[in-house]
Design a protein around this ligand. Structure first.
Ligand SMILES: [Zn+2]
Length: 200
């Protein structure tokens, strides 16, 4: 487990330590070492898109794969945006738990019928269908990540971070209403830990 913080962010360091402690259980032992927590200025961006994603929100989860068995995840907290929107430590925790959910509570999703997928399976390519499946898969990924934060008791704080994001920044929360309704649903969405073998 890698942490890249400085003394200015003592409050955040406490949050991260409590999350790291929660990852010490057997279930997550294999993946815990592949997760890095850091601030934007400590992150190495391989793609311009990644930097833009980090700049627009409170937290981001960047997956890096170097071959089928070798991957790492950087969970980046944009502390400047969190402070600008006056997030409380519990709200920041909710943001980080959501990002962890993208690794530790992943839904089983249908294959996306990309051009390549259709070619291999001998079926006609349909762009509208591809967009439809991608949209529903994206919604499912967000809902399962939300559910992870909710399972840890941070559902209410996660919802307030959606409102703060929408009030303070141009980039709005995707699927906001559907996600709020799901977080308020007492039923948890149980996913799996992201496959060590890759899949992304
Ligand atoms: Zn997300």
């Amino acid at each position: 487990m890698i942490k890249k913080f400085n003394a200015v962010n003592n409050e955040l360091t406490d949050v991260i330590y409590s999350l790291i402690t929660s990852l010490q259980c057997e279930k997550y032992r294999q993946v815990a070492d592949r997760i890095e927590f850091c601030l934007p200025d400590a992150a190495i961006f391989k793609k311009r898109d990644d930097k833009e994603i980090v700049e627009k929100g409170f937290g981001s989860c960047l997956l890096k794969s170097y071959g089928i068995d070798n991957w790492e995840v950087s969970i980046i907290v944009n502390i400047k945006n969190c402070q600008q929107a006056k997030l409380t430590p519990r709200e920041i925790t909710a943001v980080i738990l959501h990002e962890l959910g993208h690794i530790l509570n992943v839904p089983d999703l249908p294959d996306e019928p990309t051009f390549e997928f259709c070619f291999i399976h001998g079926i006609p390519f349909d762009h509208a269908l591809l967009e439809q499946v991608q949209e529903s898969n994206n919604l499912a990924r967000e809902m399962y990540a939300d559910s992870y934060a909710m399972q840890h008791g941070y559902g209410a704080e996660l919802i307030t971070t959606f409102h703060r994001q929408n009030e303070n920044f141009d980039q709005k929360i995707g699927f906001c209403q559907q996600r709020i309704e799901q977080i308020q649903n007492p039923e948890w969405l149980g996913g799996k830990t992201i496959s060590i073998k890759g899949n992304f």
